[in-house]
Design a protein. Structure first.
Length: 184
């Protein structure tokens, strides 16, 4: 018994108080936890585990369309309700009404913009004064930037800058949803 007692005494007084002894104890504990987890979980099918993948892991159904940026080079064409004017025509009408506000009063200007604007934009323009419009005429053809089938951006060159209109067509009828003016 004295040999056993000396061995336990040596273990607790010297080995477990050294860095090497503590590292050995931690290593044994980690191996014990891993072994116990493996026993509890069972072996299972090794082909389905992540350690031996037989095919790439995907999170998207491969039969769905391409959602990448590089996929399609042709932008979507705007969708209009049959008989409804296209977005270019609405942008031209809105620009003419926007620039023509100086000739009449504010009430006439708002009345001219109302059928071409979304209710949200009409509300935002309620307090606007047409006398503050910084341009008088267009200087070129508007350019259309297609974003989606129901959202386009139109850039209209003006004599003192550029008018940027955002048009939406949730039901196929195009309306101006946002107006911005950029000085050039």
């Amino acid at each position: 018994m004295s040999v056993m007692r000396r061995a336990v005494e040596f273990l607790f007084t010297r080995v477990l108080r050294s860095r090497l002894g503590i590292a050995l104890v931690i290593g044994v504990l980690v191996l014990g936890v891993l072994g116990a987890a493996r026993l509890v979980s069972g072996l299972g099918n090794p082909q389905t585990g992540l350690s031996q993948p037989s095919e790439p892991i995907t999170t998207v159904d491969p039969t769905t369309g391409d959602d990448g940026v590089v996929g399609s080079t042709t932008p979507p064409s705007p969708v209009s309700r049959p008989g409804a004017p296209p977005p270019e025509q609405i942008a031209d009408r809105f620009t003419a009404a926007w620039l023509g506000g100086r000739d009449g009063g504010a009430d006439e200007w708002h009345a001219a913009l109302r059928p071409l604007s979304t209710p949200e934009l009409t509300e935002e323009l309620a307090g606007a004064d047409p006398a503050g419009i910084p341009a008088e005429r267009t200087t070129g053809e508007p350019s259309l930037r297609l974003r989606t089938e129901r959202f386009v951006e139109v850039l209209v060159p003006l004599d003192s800058g550029r008018l940027r209109l955002e048009l939406v067509a949730p039901d196929g009828h195009w309306l101006v949803d946002a107006v911005d003016w950029e000085r050039t």
